[in-house]
Design a protein around this ligand. Structure first.
Ligand SMILES: [Zn+2]
Length: 332
């Protein structure tokens, strides 16, 4: 079967091109140290509390309407944000030498091209009898998840860890987690921001299928299914289930997940620099027809540095980028 062949080819490439393993995300080498903390689909309900209205079903505080908050001084809310200390602890952020980490998806454009071919949208989808299209490469850093391409209800990453960054809330929650490579990259991103005087806080990362399901159901109960479908992701259709996405906000946006974050200096810094760390702004302004979601300047998605730089430089969606790459239009 075709897909099987691609999977095998993918595994071979991943082994051969060791340094590029973070792009394809097969990551097998890195999961040698098993995360004691894997959240399975049972991660459940509690994480979803208080969530609301953002497109990807994220869990912003209440759908508060605070139109003027973007100009609020950082010190006015959450003073932790104004502390001068680095966002991430030294342990995590000052260790650039982790070769196996996310850092070196070096400039080998041939390997990226190969990975892009392997992860081409039309080669990474399987349509079931029920008509649902499920992605076949959920572990890839280039996996494409959207309303037309679902993750299996049983998929949960096996290398989830809690990045050592500041969060907008206290206490422990499964939504603090990301896959190991993405978590490490997020630590570097936040540390890099801090160096530029920008304090970011993480709001919501991993979300299990079960959690997403409960969020969607609640929204459907509250607002009706049609509205819920516009304002939150159906289970399986949220990128948060990949463990590669994190919602990020700042004191200046009251840690809300609202488009106004894009207008803050933190939001602008994030858009300008996230690619250096392997992240993209996944839901671009004006690309709703392509992504299925409206502008979300707070939602960053890890794809690996080289792909991220190309995507952000070209100003395209992940959908368009992968499609173009598959058609041979992207030569690095
Ligand atoms: Zn999000």
């Amino acid at each position: 079967m075709k897909i099987g062949r691609w999977l095998i080819a993918g595994a071979v490439v991943a082994v051969v091109i060791w340094k590029a393993d973070d792009i394809i995300g097969t990551d097998k080498q890195q999961s040698a140290a098993p995360p004691a903390v894997t959240e399975s689909a049972s991660a459940s309900s509690s994480a979803g509390s208080g969530d609301s209205s953002t497109n990807d079903g994220t869990e912003s505080p209440e759908p508060s309407a605070t139109p003027t908050s973007e100009h609020a001084s950082p010190s006015s809310s959450g003073d932790a944000a104004s502390s001068g200390s680095p966002a991430a602890t030294p342990e995590a952020s000052e260790k650039p030498s982790n070769a196996a980490d996310e850092s070196e998806d070096s400039g080998d454009s041939d390997s990226l091209s190969a990975l892009l071919q392997l992860n081409a949208p039309d080669k990474t989808i399987e349509v079931g009898k029920n008509g649902v299209a499920t992605v076949t490469n959920p572990e890839s850093m280039l996996v494409l998840v959207n309303k037309k391409r679902e993750l299996s209800s049983t998929y949960a990453p096996d290398d989830l860890v809690k990045p050592d960054v500041e969060f907008s809330f206290s206490g422990d929650s499964p939504k603090q987690k990301m896959r190991k490579t993405a978590a490490s990259a997020l630590e570097k991103l936040f540390a890099g921001a801090q160096k530029d005087g920008i304090t970011l806080k993480a709001v919501s990362g991993y979300r299990s299928y079960a959690t997403q399901k409960s969020i969607f159901s609640r929204n459907a109960d509250l607002k009706g299914e049609e509205v819920a479908n516009r304002t939150s992701a159906r289970p399986g259709q949220s990128e948060h289930q990949t463990g590669l996405a994190m919602d990020v906000s700042s004191a200046s946006a009251n840690y809300e997940l609202e488009p106004k974050f894009g207008d803050t200096k933190e939001g602008k810094w994030l858009a300008a620099h996230c690619a250096e760390y392997g992240f993209i702004i996944r839901f671009l302004n004006g690309e709703e027809d392509v992504t299925g979601y409206s502008y979300e300047p707070w939602h960053v998605r890890y794809v690996g540095k080289e792909a991220a730089k190309q995507i952000m430089k070209q100003g395209v969606t992940l959908e368009a980028y992968l499609e173009a790459a598959a058609n041979g239009a992207t030569k690095a």
